[in-house]
Design a protein around this ligand. Structure first.
Ligand code: NAD
Ligand code: TDX
Length: 332
């Protein structure tokens, strides 16, 4: 049986990946996760123990990573510090996890001849004007804005260098904004849903004209499985589902779907250096690898996500007070 090591597999996208891979492949999965504030073993509950093993540890721990990589065929690298706002409050863990962690993995896959798939973000390309007819492609120049996106850009460049200089077998994917179950409530969509469920008003940064290109987490992960099966080493694939929506519209849609007045939200302090618009052209992935997204109706996906947070209150409730206190300190 083929074995996959999934770093960051107790977080939002990684845990959904493990669930999809268990359902759709016969591979054995080992999750390596440090269980930071963003990781939780509850995200992996009810998965069969003969298919999924768990290793608690840091992706920057060279000895541990070496042992785990020696025992696998493929690594899928999700582990990262992932939240822009946190990177503005304290960039340091972003450097250790996103840069040193990726470097540590690269050295291990190089030693053991193991294939790596590196999960990255469209934020490495910076942002677009609202009226720009162009979207990001694999040829777009890197121009990251925040400490988070700068460290993700650096990690991508490390992967490319290890492919070219050391012949490491690796692919990279850069995906747009994900939504769906198990997303940490610090992030935009689950923060607003849980605000409404908690009797708080949703919080929109600035005027809310910023556009994000939303994709359901299962579409992101089905693209990753496609790249694992058919992707070519050394290649980068952009993942997106043509889901551009501005933040104001997202908040108003959440309020409407939850039976609240569409204007029942607050405008709060804007994010420093706030990227205006992301938009992905995923033609390469669709034409070369034959991938298609399944969740084309964003409003239906949002409604299902609202239901999920309604029925999983015991998971998010213990975190809510502290998250909102940290935002309030920043005027957000
Ligand atoms: P997340 O914050 O929900 O999960 C990150 C996981 O990594 C957590 O389980 C955490 O415990 C673990 N982790 C953090 N530091 C670690 C370390 N040093 N060693 C081991 N494990 C560690 O993040 P997410 O939203 O699931 O994002 C996963 C990946 O996808 C990241 O690489 C992110 O850059 C990328 N990405 C995210 C999005 C998005 O919209 N969320 C979009 C594109 C790309
Ligand atoms: O309360 C909020 N109000 C608000 O208006 C929050 C938390 C966010 N926002 C805005 C900022 C962004 O324009 O909503 C948009 C989305 O914000 P985030 O959920 O923080 O996502 P973003 O900064 O776009 O980054 C996300 O997508 C790319 C992920 O967090 C990254 O990990 C991924 O790389």
């Amino acid at each position: 049986m083929q074995r996959i090591l999934v770093t960051g597999g107790a977080g939002f996208i990684g845990s959904n990946f493990v669930r999809l891979a268990v359902a759709n492949t016969d591979r054995h999965i080992t999750v390596l996760d440090a269980l930071t504030y963003a990781g939780d073993r509850a995200t992996l509950a009810e998965l069969p123990p003969d298919r999924v093993a768990f290793a608690h540890g840091n992706v920057a721990d060279a000895d541990l990573v070496d042992r785990l990589v020696a025992d696998t065929d493929t690594v899928v690298h999700f582990a990262a510090e992932s939240h822009n706002d946190n990177s503005l409050r304290d960039p340091s863990p972003f450097l250790t996890t996103n840069l040193i962690g990726t470097y540590t993995l690269l050295e291990a896959v190089r030693r053991h001849g193991v294939r790596l798939h590196h999960i990255s973000t469209d934020e490495v390309y910076g942002d677009l004007e609202l009226d720009d007819p162009e979207r990001f492609t694999e040829a777009t120049a890197y121009n990251p804005s925040s400490p988070y996106s700068a460290t993700k850009a650096g990690s991508d460049l490390l992967v490319r260098a290890w492919v070219r200089s050391f012949g490491v077998q690796a692919t990279i994917s850069n995906c747009s904004n994900n939504y769906g179950p198990w997303q940490h409530i610090e992030k935009f969509i689950p923060r607003q849903i849980t605000n409404v469920l908690d009797g708080r008003r949703p919080k929109l940064y600035g005027a809310g004209l910023n556009v994000r290109d939303w994709i359901h987490v299962d579409d992101h992960n089905s693209a990753v499985l496609t790249i694992l099966e058919r992707g070519e080493s050394g290649e980068t694939y952009l993942i997106g589902a043509d889901g551009e929506v501005d933040n104001k519209t997202v908040i108003e849609t959440i309020l409407r779907l939850m039976g609240e007045p569409a204007d029942a939200y607050d405008h709060v302090t804007d994010r420093a250096g706030h990227d205006l618009r992301y938009a992905i052209d995923s033609t390469k992935l669709r034409t070369e690898l034959g991938w298609q997204p399944r969740f084309s109706d964003f409003e239906a996906g949002l409604a299902a996500t609202i239901d999920w947070y309604r029925t999983h209150e015991s998971w998010w409730r213990p975190r809510k007070e502290a998250i909102e206190a940290a935002y309030a300190k920043a005027g957000q």
